[in-house]
Write a new protein. Structure first.
Lengths: 303, 250
C-alpha cells in the first residue's frame, strides 16, 4: 500500500530540459533598457517540474535529447522578442514568434508536463506585461511524433513481462531442484556449484531472449509501437534485462527452501518493481529520494 | 597402516556438525570396511541424513574429519567414486528414464558408449528394461526409486551412500532393493544406508545406532541385540537409548 501510494501520488518533477535562448531582445523606451521576453518566460518556468540547464546551440541541445541526456530542448529564436512585439502591434512578422519545443515523446506524460510548463510560464509573463501576445508553441518532437499512451505503456509491459517470467521461472526451477533432490544429486557429483549456476544462467537467459524477441515482435507488429532507434538495440536492452532477471531468480532461490516460500517473493520483490519501474507512471513522478533505487530498464526501452 | 587404508572405506574422527546451538552429529567415530553394508539406524532427527550429507560432500563438518576411500570427503577425485541416492527420488520428471540416465552419466564425465553399456546392464539388473523410454512422471513411486538407484550406480562407484532408500516403498520392492544391495555388495561395493526401519537392519553386515547425533551402539545386528539383552533391534534401541550416555561397541 505504501509503495502504491509512493508510485502514484507524486507530480512529475526534476525533468531535465535545455533552454537555448538566442533572443537578442528589443529596446524598451519605458525602462530605457532591453526587453527580453524569452528571459522572462524562462524565469517563470516551474523549477519544481523542470530541471533547467542553459545551452547555446540548438543542434547540441537536440543531440542531448536524442542521446537521452535531456527530456526536451526549449528554443527561443534570435528575434523572438522583436517578432512578438511586431505581431502585438499588428505589423508584419517576418520571423516567427514561436517557442520551439524539441521533446522526447517516448514518455508522453513527461513531454506533456514540459509543454504545459512552458505554456503556463508564457501566460504568467503575459500577465506581467499586461498584454495578450500571439506567441505560439511549436511542438517538434525528437522522438515519438504522434506517440500515444500505448507507445508509452507497451514497452513497460514488455520489460515487465520479461522480468516477471524469467525471474519466476528461474526461481521456481531452482527451488524445484532443491525440493525434488536433484540439486543434492548434482552437488554430490564431480560438477561444481558454479557450473550449475552458469548452466542455469545460460539456459534461462536463452529462454528469456526468445521471450523478449516474441514480445518485441508482438509490440511492434500488432500494437505498432514506435521504435525510432535501432530495434536490435531495443532487443539487447530486453535481453540484458532477461540475464539480470535470471541472476535475480537464482539469488532469490538461495533464500527459499520450498516453492511456497519462493512465491512469497512475488509481493516482496516483483510487485514493488512493477509499481516503481515507470510502467504506468513516469519515474520523474516518483519521489526523488527513491529514484536511485528504481528500475530504469523501462525508460531505456521507450525510444 | 597401508593395509588399513586398503581395507577401510569410510572413517570419521570426532565428526561433529552443529546448526546454531543444535548439535546434529556429535563426535562421531566410524570405521567402515570395504565391501560392507553398514546401516546407520536411528529415529528421525538422530543425525543420519546429516552424516550421509557430510560423507558425500554436501555439507561441511563443524569439526572432526571424514576420510572416504582414502581421501577427504567431498574431494573431486572422491565424489566421482561415490554414488549418492538422496531421500527424494531426485530425478527430472519431464525426462524419460533413458534421458535421466544419460544426463547423470554425462555429469559424471562418462563417454556415450560407457553410458549405453552401463544403462543396458543396470536396466536389466534393476528390472526396468521395459520402461526405458517412459517419462519418469508417468512411473509409480517404486519405479522412480529404482531409476534413482540406477542413476547412483551408473558410474560404477566403489562406495554407495543411500539415504533412506526404502522410505515409502512397499514391502515387495523393499525386499527387491535388499536383493540388489546384497548383489552390489557381492561385487565389492561398500554400501552405507540410513533407515529408521529397525527390521531392515538384519540385512546389514554391521549397524550403528544413532541417538541425538551420537553413536550409542555398533556391531553386527546380533551383537547389538546381545549387548542390549533383547530379542529385537527395536527393543535393543530402546534399552540402549534409555541408558543415556552409555555406549556399547561390539
Amino acid at each position: 500500500m505504501f509503495i502504491f501510494g509512493v508510485a502514484f501520488s507524486g507530480n512529475v518533477e526534476d525533468v531535465k530540459v535545455i533552454v537555448v535562448n538566442s533572443d537578442e531582445g528589443v529596446y524598451d523606451p519605458r525602462s530605457n533598457g532591453t526587453l527580453n521576453l524569452s528571459e522572462m518566460i524562462t524565469s517563470n518556468l516551474d523549477r519544481d517540474t523542470l530541471n533547467i540547464q542553459c545551452g547555446s546551440d540548438e543542434e547540441a541541445a537536440t543531440k542531448s535529447v536524442e542521446d537521452g541526456k535531456a527530456w526536451a530542448a526549449i528554443i527561443f529564436p534570435q528575434h523572438f522578442t522583436q517578432d512578438v512585439m511586431m505581431k502585438m502591434q499588428g505589423g508584419p512578422s517576418p520571423g516567427n514568434a514561436a517557442i520551439t519545443i524539441r521533446a522526447d515523446k517516448g514518455n508522453v506524460n513527461i513531454a506533456t508536463a514540459v509543454i504545459n510548463s512552458v505554456a503556463e510560464a508564457m501566460m504568467e509573463t503575459m500577465d506581467e506585461i499586461g498584454k495578450e501576445t500571439p506567441i505560439s508553441i511549436v511542438d517538434s518532437p525528437v522522438y515519438g511524433e504522434n506517440a500515444e499512451f500505448i507507445d508509452f505503456f507497451v514497452p513497460g509491459i514488455v520489460a515487465f513481462a520479461i522480468f516477471l517470467l524469467t525471474t519466476l521461472l528461474t526461481l521456481l526451477s531452482f527451488v524445484g531442484e532443491r525440493t525434488n533432490g536433484t540439486l543434492d544429486r548434482l552437488l554430490a557429483s564431480p560438477i561444481q556449484g558454479s557450473e550449475i549456476v552458469a548452466g542455469y544462467a545460460l539456459a534461462f537467459s536463452i529462454i528469456g531472449m526468445i521471450q523478449a524477441a516474441i514480445l518485441l515482435s508482438v509490440g511492434t507488429l500488432v500494437f505498432k509501437i514506435i521504435i525510432v532507434g535501432n530495434p536490435v538495440l531495443a532487443f539487447l536492452v530486453i535481453a540484458l534485462l532477461a540475464i539480470v532477471s535470471v541472476s535475480l531468480g537464482i539469488l532469490l532461490s538461495s533464500a527459499a527452501k520450498r516453492e511456497a516460500q519462493a512465491v512469497q517473493f512475488l509481493p516482496l520483490i516483483v510487485l514493488p518493481t512493477f509499481l516503481l519501474a515507470g510502467i504506468f507512471w513516469p519515474i520523474q513522478a516518483i519521489p526523488a529520494f527513491i529514484r536511485p533505487a528504481l528500475v530504469y530498464n523501462t525508460a531505456d526501452l521507450r525510444c | 597402516m597401508e593395509n588399513d587404508e586398503r581395507q577401510i572405506a569410510v572413517e570419521t574422527r570426532q565428526l561433529t556438525k552443529r546448526f546454531g546451538k543444535f548439535t546434529a552429529v556429535d563426535n562421531l567415530d566410524l570405521k567402515i570396511n570395504r565391501g560392507e553394508i553398514y546401516g546407520l539406524l536411528g529415529p528421525n532427527g538422530s543425525g543420519k541424513t546429516t552424516t550421509i550429507k557430510i560423507l558425500c560432500g554436501l555439507m561441511k563438518a563443524t569439526s572432526g574429519e571424514a576420510i572416504i576411500l582414502g581421501g577427504k570427503a567431498g574431494g573431486s577425485s572422491i565424489v566421482s567414486r561415490t554414488g549418492y541416492m538422496p531421500q527424494e527420488t531426485a530425478l527430472y520428471l519431464d525426462l524419460t528414464v533413458h534421458e535421466n540416465i544419460e544426463l547423470f552419466g554425462e555429469i559424471y564425465g562418462m563417454a556415450r558408449t560407457a553410458i549405453s553399456k552401463a544403462e543396458k546392464e543396470l536396466l536389466k539388473f534393476i528390472e526396468l528394461e521395459k520402461w526405458r523410454n517412459s517419462t519418469v512422471a508417468n512411473l509409480s513411486g517404486g519405479m522412480r526409486h529404482r531409476v534413482s538407484l540406477i542413476c547412483s550406480l551408473l558410474h560404477n562407484p566403489d562406495l554407495l551412500l543411500l539415504d533412506e532408500p526404502t522410505v515409502g516403498v512397499d514391502p515387495e520392492l523393499r525386499a527387491s532393493f535388499w536383493d540388489y544391495f546384497n548383489a552390489l555388495r557381492a561385487r565389492g561395493i561398500t554400501i552405507i544406508i540410513t533407515t529408521h526401519y529397525m527390521d531392515e537392519a538384519h540385512h546389514c553386515s554391521k549397524i550403528g545406532l544413532l541417538r541425538e547425533g551420537s553413536l550409542i551402539a555398533e556391531g553386527t545386528p546380533e551383537d547389538v541385540t546381545t549387548l542390549a539383552g533383547t530379542k529385537s533391534l527395536e527393543d535393543a534401541f530402546l534399552v540402549l537409548a534409555g541408558r543415556g550416555t552409555g555406549r556399547g561397541i561390539c
